[in-house]
Design a protein around this ligand. Structure first.
Ligand SMILES: N[C@@H](CCC[C@H](N)C(=O)O)C(=O)O
Length: 318
């Protein structure tokens, strides 16, 4: 066994002409971003997978195109009710698959639009971003940007309400399956609580944990260790989290995952659990706050940093 594949890997797909890009991240969850107002740039799965390949491409957890909402059917539908959502965050996972939503991505996307000079976000103002999970409103916060991610929901409500758990997850490195709760943040998540940091560290996330029953569109899996005590003297709940992302693998951070992890832990904690949470991930810390939304449902706000680290040019094939 040499470790070499029988066939050489296919070359990464490349554009037919040069493509300007920006590299950015939010708590280590990294993205390649392009400004593509007319939506004419490449976005097919083979191109995205090649671009995000860490050895043959730029390397990233995901690809984000900034496209004017008016040129995409899903963007035009959102403009009917929220006409200020001029830009659509066209997010794709590193394997080229689509996801409905990316929480760290929204902050980095807002930062990118401001850096490119195509959007404004005055102090006290908000920037509306169209996504496949609806319009998200971004404001400035002490730690970078805060995003109203909208309401969270159970994916299997009957089981969740009856038992507080709805599935079993088989995780590499742990000897027995663990119970879990599946939560939608627009995209699907399955949250597993582990007893302690030793369990979290011995977990092997190179392979996707097996979830039974699996949410219909697959799932992202969050492993969380609640702090002890769960709530500090400041009234803030704290968690440590690792994540295996659908379409990516283990990442340094997942914003929607942090929201789902806080929502599940808060649900398990019951009456009196705090509204404000800090979630520590391998790439940093994000804030999650629950509040009453305008339509009477509970919303989740995600906050954290966004950084742009490079501008570059992807060379054409050949
Ligand atoms: N890292 C993102 C989530 C990206 C999408 C996810 N992999 C999925 O397929 O749903 C975040 O910060 O939320």
């Amino acid at each position: 066994m040499t470790g070499f594949p029988a066939d050489a890997p296919a070359p990464a797909a490349r554009p037919t002409s040069g493509l300007s890009f920006t590299k950015g991240h939010g708590t280590g969850n990294d993205f390649v971003l392009t400004l593509d107002p007319e939506g004419t740039g490449p976005a097919d799965p083979a191109f995205v997978a090649g671009l995000c390949d860490r050895h043959r491409g730029i390397g990233a957890d995901g690809y984000i195109r900034a496209v004017r909402s008016a040129v995409l059917p899903e963007g035009r539908a959102l403009l009917q009710t929220e006409p200020d959502a001029e830009w659509f965050m066209d997010y794709r996972n590193g394997d080229g698959s689509l996801s409905e939503m990316c929480g760290n991505g929204v902050r980095v996307f807002a930062h990118f639009l401001l850096a490119k000079g195509v959007a404004d976000l005055p102090d006290g103002g908000e920037l509306a971003i169209a996504t496949r999970a609806g319009v998200k409103r971004v404001t400035r916060s002490g730690d970078g940007y805060a995003v109203d991610m909208g309401p969270w929901e159970f994916i299997f409500p009957d089981a969740a309400v009856a038992r507080g758990m709805d599935s079993l997850v088989d995780i590499g490195g742990l000897d027995v399956e663990r119970p879990a709760l599946s939560i939608s943040m627009g995209n699907p998540h399955t949250v597993v609580a582990l007893a302690d940091r030793a369990d979290l560290e011995r977990t092997e996330l190179y392979h996707a944990p097996a979830v039974q029953p699996l949410p219909p569109a697959g799932t992202n899996v969050e492993l969380v260790v609640p702090a002890d005590p769960l709530v500090g003297e400041d009234g803030v709940g704290r968690l440590t989290m690792r994540v295996h992302e659908r379409g990516v693998g283990e990442t340094q951070s997942c914003g929607t995952g942090a929201c789902a992890a806080a929502a599940a832990t808060r649900y398990w904690a019951g009456e009196g659990a705090p509204a404000r949470w800090l979630v520590a991930v391998p790439g940093g810390v994000v804030g999650v706050t629950f509040f009453d939304g305008p339509e009477g449902r509970e919303h989740v706000q995600l906050s954290g940093p966004a950084e742009l680290v490079a501008d570059g040019m992807l060379l054409p094939a050949g």
